[in-house]
Ligand binder design. Structure first.
Ligand code: SAM
Length: 355
């Protein structure tokens, strides 16, 4: 049986509305549950070796849940589990059950590479996970191997099937499009998405921490994606909607809807209500932020929920981050963080702060 919400007596009290300096609400929290990954995608983890977070620093499920509950009292209602690869975290369904029990969490989702999904989809669904996004950049086994340095495409496809069988609706497939690598697979991915009833979202290659192979020349832009799909399918119409979501959505002549996340060429900082909690309890206000706020230490020192809120609220109300727009404004744009700095501070890595 699918998990039912546990009752929270205090939900009669409306959550606080906490706005930053640009009026953006604290509403959307990405929770990384591990910095480890079972793939080595060239755009995210291209190096041979990594410095991992110390195990004793990783938040327990109870600690993560306490922090999420605190954030939800401040207005967070969308929570996405990510990583690293979230399914590497043992018994993830137990954390899902805890978070799904908080009625203030209106949307509980997970982003995964899908490799371990076939084994876990049902338990996650039964625990109360609402939605799943699977990252899938190519449908060609040899490309998948070259990109991820693993042979796991069949497992990912099995995982996608298992999501549907388990009962999930609203599956999304995220594909990073890189010039010279997979820009010829746009239509194949759209067709694959139709077949598995998933909305495909194309993501521009981003110069985030960890992307040490990034260059502007490899970015296949939103404009090029739309142009290529228009050439193949006919006129592409924008889906008109008011949304804080990162993806702009478009419709093909046959009605198929797809998304584009164009953080590199068309950043959407103005509507960014997302912040990120790492597996060791550092809170980042922007994907591009150089520094985070340590919530683990006060939590482990016994801070009450009110004391945690007193740490969170002033940081959010002072938030001025517009990382992607600032990157775009640079005349010359190269790799964001050099490898030596990444080795000294793994929190700068995308796979640590959670994509
Ligand atoms: N392991 C999970 C997965 O693969 O979905 C979750 C973590 S992963 C860091 C989250 C998302 O970040 C993935 O969709 C991945 O494609 C995206 N990502 C990582 N590095 C990126 C980059 N340089 N540019 C654009 N997207 C990137």
């Amino acid at each position: 049986m699918r998990h039912l919400k546990r009752s929270f007596p205090e939900t009669s009290v409306a959550p606080q509305q906490v706005l930053d300096t640009f009026g953006r609400p604290l509403r959307n929290l990405r929770v990384s549950v591990t910095d480890r990954c079972n793939l080595r995608c060239q755009y995210c983890m291209p190096e041979e070796e990594y410095v991992w977070l110390p195990r004793e620093d990783l938040l327990t499920f109870e600690e993560t849940s306490e922090l999420v509950d605190t954030f939800t009292e401040l207005g967070v209602e969308k929570v996405r589990l990510t990583g690293g690869e979230p399914l590497l975290r043992r018994d993830l369904h137990a954390l899902v059950r805890m978070l799904a029990g908080n009625p203030r969490v209106k949307d509980l989702a997970m982003t995964t590479n899908g490799v371990l999904l076939a084994d876990q989809a049902r338990a996650l669904y039964e625990a109360g996970l609402g939605r799943v996004t699977v990252s899938l950049d190519t449908l060609r086994p040899e490309r998948f191997r070259a990109l991820t340095r693993r042979d796991s495409l069949p497992k990912v496809r099995e995982g996608i099937e298992a999501v549907r069988r388990a009962g999930f609706r609203g599956l999304k497939l995220d594909a990073v499009i890189i010039r010279g690598f997979n820009e010829d697979e746009l239509a194949d991915l759209v067709e694959f998405g139709k077949g598995v009833e998933a909305e495909v979202r194309f993501i521009e290659y981003m110069d985030v921490g960890g992307a040490t192979q990034w260059s502007m020349a490899k970015v296949f832009s939103r404009a090029e994606i739309l142009e290529a799909l228009g050439r193949r399918y006919g006129p592409v119409e924008p889906v008109v909607e008011e949304s804080w979501a990162p993806a702009e959505r478009f419709r093909l002549p046959d009605g198929t809807v797809f998304g584009v996340i164009a953080s590199t060429t068309t950043p959407f900082c103005r509507t960014c209500d997302r912040s990120r909690l790492t597996a060791d309890g550092m809170w980042f206000l922007c994907l591009y932020a150089q520094r985070g706020i340590d919530l683990r230490q006060p939590l482990r020192a016994g801070a009450s929920r009110e004391e945690l809120k007193d740490l969170i609220v002033p940081r959010w109300t002072a938030r001025r981050d517009r990382g992607a727009e600032e990157r775009k404004a640079l005349g010359h744009r190269g790799v964001l963080v050099q490898i030596e700095r990444l080795r000294n501070d793994p929190h700068l890595e995308m796979h640590t702060r959670g994509g």
